[in-house]
Design a protein around this ligand. Structure first.
Ligand code: TXA
Ligand code: MG
Length: 339
């Protein structure tokens, strides 16, 4: 299949919308990462998303809408707390999981009786959804297991020849995906940290919100053989929990073994160390810049021939929570200083 590269303008929005109406899949920009969209009411179209990405069919997709009014058409009810979140964060990098009313195609929700919905804060995305005139299901537009795309070129690298078109709206802003919040029970839980922070949610709700992924982060170091299938670069990534001295020590250890080492670090640490390939992913003092550059930085190593990547850990305040969640998932192994 020929993949059309469409620059974002009125005419190309129409063309991309035509593809969506014809049950084809189209990649488009959102404020978080690029999505791979298809008509959420068409099982045939949705099947094509799973095929193009190589995504397991039991992982549900987020339904993207262009306005809040549309939301009520696809869910059973909108509980009070969900309403508060909608008013505060939509459009924006938040996905809420609600009870589905069954209107959405079954393969979108992987057979669940719930549906994740979000209204992206990117004009290109909303124009496209509006022009298509239907809800658009969209996972991140990467091959399953790879870092999410934050530019049209990333989508092209992963999916050229597998999808109908890519709508190019330039690089994305937030850089990590939306926060997914389960709103089906009275006690709200974060299923995936993302662009909206836990603190922001708690300020609006005036109550504590549980982040179910925090438990994952406190587990013992992963064993070197354990393979994770998320946000993976091409070679093993070792996440270094510890200070700059410990980082330097680990770096030295792998260099001694004769390995060509790449490092994924803050601007600050990049000034202190020397490795074969140094990729700086923003300032430690400005965690939003790290979120913005994280996936692109992970992809950079693809064109270098390093044997291993060592990654720095970041403060988990604000969007740092999402950054660390992704780095832990990308990691083959987490190295801790000897206790
Ligand atoms: O920022 C984003 O959310 C991007 C852009 C394109 O909108 N999309 C995205 O989609 O990251 P994806 O498919 O890569 O991740 C969707 C996440 C998955 O972790 C999935 O399990 C969860 O949302 N999810 C979707 N529907 C759900 C549901 N009904 N219940 C629980 N989790 C759900
Ligand atoms: Mg994804």
């Amino acid at each position: 299949m020929q993949t059309a590269f469409l620059l974002w303008n009125d005419e190309n929005i129409k063309e991309a919308a035509q593809f969506l109406k014809a049950h084809e899949v189209v990649a488009f920009p959102t404020e978080t990462v690029y999505g791979l969209g298809a008509d959420a009411t068409s099982e045939i179209a949705i099947d094509k998303i799973f095929k193009a990405k190589g995504r397991p069919s039991d992982n549900p997709l987020i339904v993207h809408l262009s306005n809040v009014e549309q939301l009520a058409q696809y869910v059973e009810t909108i509980p009070t707390k969900a309403r508060l979140l909608i008013d505060a964060f939509m459009p924006g990098p938040l996905t809420i999981v609600l009870k589905s009313n069954g209107t959405i195609a079954k393969n979108v929700t992987a057979g669940l009786d719930t549906v994740g919905v979000r209204i992206p804060d990117h004009p290109a995305a909303r124009q496209l959804i509006e022009a298509a005139g239907r809800p658009i299901a969209a996972p991140s537009a990467n091959l399953s297991g790879k870092p999410s795309p934050t530019s049209a070129v990333h989508v092209f690298q992963d999916l050229n020849g597998k999808i109908k078109a890519i709508l190019d709206g330039g690089p994305t802003g937030v850089g990590v995906e939306s926060t997914v919040v389960d709103c089906t029970k009275d006690e709200l839980t974060i299923l995936r940290p993302g662009g909206v922070t836990k603190q922001e949610l708690e300020t609006v709700l005036q109550e504590a919100v549980i982040d179910l992924t925090e438990a994952e982060t406190k587990v013992a170091p992963k064993s070197p053989g354990m393979k994770y299938t998320h946000y993976e670069p091409e070679v093993p990534l070792i996440l270094i929990e510890g200070d700059a001295a410990f980082f330097g020590q680990q770096l030295h250890k792998y260099q001694q073994e004769g390995k060509k080492v790449g490092v994924l670090v803050s601007e600050e640490l990049s000034r202190e160390i020397a490795a074969d390939v140094v990729v700086s992913c923003g300032s430690r003092e400005e965690i939003a810049s790290v979120a913005n550059q994280l996936y692109q930085s992970l992809r950079t190593f693809k064109s270098s021939d390093v044997d291993i990547i060592l990654a720095e850990t970041f403060n988990e305040d604000g969007v740092g929570q999402a950054v660390m969640n992704r780095l832990r998932k990308a990691a083959t192994y987490i190295a801790f200083p000897d206790a």
